[in-house]
Write a protein that binds this ligand. Structure first.
Ligand code: F0G
Length: 478
């Protein structure tokens, strides 16, 4: 395979030629996970030895890159229109770009979120909406990269275990590539929209009576026995695609770097991918500093949060339970990578309760942006980081919204009908939070199709919402 990259074990630093990775992408010596490295990567010598000053490594030229990336925006070629492959100089993982499988992923919006900023108590807040990708989640940026590698290596089958979004993305990209795909998902524990996607894109969909962690265990047995390409995020090529929102954010902020990036944490690969993206950009001189990267988990699926707060720093898997099913993961494969990114960037790890997630999701929805529940942990976590003084009001924060609001419409409908949260969950909310729920919940009215009845009901509703908005505007800290 190509001389342009190698795989480096993030645990023991062993380096291997890309062709030599085992089917489960684990280091044979220490079981560590790999990352893709290039001759110019931070801390890498040109011959794959630790940084050798005599090796005369030529870093990519930052000005040339900036210019080229701008130029490619006007190209009509599919790989240039992709918000991943436009940055291909920083992910030279293919020998032949004809192997690229793209659905025009990336190029996602960076929204201003003035109302959520005010609620969180900061001046300026942005949301990078990765749910605006072709299959509705950030997984597409990783899938285009890893599926292209699968094609280049001649695989006929691909597979993943998933809480729903990876499987949707994998099934779509496999279909585009003409590969067959197998999906393992936990039965009854993923949102219907996601399940429907993997069927629609033609995957062999297997619902297993276990959780995500159980699905992944079984899948690993499968890929060890058959020539099936594993597309979970232990596959380091996924992360090469998932690092590109870092480049997009900097471009969208006209060369500026946010002070803080807040990412939801499940299997914990995405936070490390974004960290890699920012660190590589700094290393080659595209930016002068990296943002702090903080990870937020759901309270019921919080092994990294526990590890972070454990003085012994002992990682203990948990039995995961949360309505944010995308991040219902108790034994995250990439926790070491994520913890390094948090520590190296000066970020933090927080958790959010079911009630806090539901409220944050409604607040992001009320801003006209919307996201799936797992993405909303970012706003819930931001509120805590501000309250703790870890984020100050003048810091520019970017929330990484990972999934589209339509991914889990049942959650949204249940919330607005008042059927989502239990009495105990509501009782655990502060008075302010309870009043926010009352303001934000918009249950549908079911009425006779009679003019007088409709008008009366609307008058009542409109008067109620005017009154409550005035009352609550007074309560939001300015
Ligand atoms: N947000 C959403 C919407 C997700 O689907 C996931 C993960 C995450 C956040 C967490 O990202 O695992 O890199 O920490 N979903 C995976 C899946 C596990 O199978 O779709 P992570």
């Amino acid at each position: 395979m190509s001389a342009t990259h190698q795989l480096r074990c993030t645990n023991c630093d062993a380096r291997i030629a890309a062709d030599f990775a085992s089917s489960d992408f684990r280091c044979p010596d220490c079981s560590g996970l790999y990352e893709v490295i290039y001759p110019w990567s931070p801390g890498v010598g040109i011959l794959g030895t630790p940084q050798d000053p005599a090796a005369n490594i030529r870093l990519p030229n930052p000005n040339a890159l900036r210019y080229k990336w701008q130029e490619l925006r006007t190209s009509s070629m599919a790989i240039d229109q992709s918000g991943v492959w436009r940055f291909r100089d920083l992910l030279p993982i293919l020998n032949n770009l004809d192997n690229v499988i793209t659905l025009n992923e990336g190029n996602t919006p960076l929204y201003e979120m003035p109302r959520c900023a005010k609620i969180a108590g900061i001046d300026w807040l942005l949301a990078k909406h990765q749910g605006m990708n072709p299959t509705g989640s950030f997984k597409d940026t990783g899938m285009t990269a890893a599926m292209s590698v699968a094609v280049e290596r001649g695989y006929k089958w691909a597979a993943c275990a998933s809480t729903g979004n990876t499987s949707a993305a994998m099934a779509a990209y496999a279909a585009r590539a003409g590969l067959r795909s197998i999906v393992f998902i936990p039965e009854g524990k993923i949102a219907w929209g996601k399940l429907s996607q993997s069927m629609d894109y033609g995957a062999l969909t297997v619902q297993l009576k276990t959780d995500f962690d159980g699905c992944l265990r079984l899948l690993l047995e499968l890929v060890r026995r058959f020539p099936i390409y594993l597309l979970n995020s232990v596959n380091p090529y996924r992360l090469e695609g998932q690092k590109t929102p870092a480049m997009e954010i900097v471009e969208q902020m006209e060369g500026q770097v946010p002070e803080h990036l807040i990412v939801p944490g499940g299997n914990l690969a995405n936070s490390s991918a974004l960290g890699k993206g920012f660190m590589e950009m700094k290393h080659i001189g595209l930016i002068s500093r990296v943002p702090k990267i903080s990870v937020i988990q759901a309270e019921g699926a919080n092994p990294l949060y526990r590890w972070f707060n454990d003085s012994n720093r002992d990682m203990q898997p948990v039995t995961a339970e949360t309505r944010a099913t995308a991040i219902r993961i108790g034994n995250p494969a990439s926790w070491k990578k994520a913890s390094r990114v948090i520590e190296e960037t000066g970020g933090w790890c927080e958790q959010a309760s079911e009630q806090e997630i539901a409220l944050a999701k409604a607040e992001i929805g009320a801003e006209g942006v919307g996201c799936e529940p797992a993405s909303a942990v970012t706003l819930a976590g931001l509120k805590k980081l501000v309250a703790q003084g870890r984020v100050t009001p003048e810091e520019r924060v970017v929330l990484l919204l990972t999934g589209h609001t339509l991914k889990d419409s049942q959650y949204t409908i249940d919330y607005h009908r008042g059927e989502l949260l239990t009495g105990a969950e509501v009782a655990g909310a502060t008075e302010f939070e309870r009043s926010r729920h009352v303001l934000l919940r918009k249950p549908p009215l079911v009425l006779e199709a009679d003019e007088a009845i409709v008008l009366r009901a609307l008058e009542q509703r409109m008067a109620m919402s005017d009154a409550s908005e005035m009352q609550h505007a007074a309560g939001i800290p300015v």
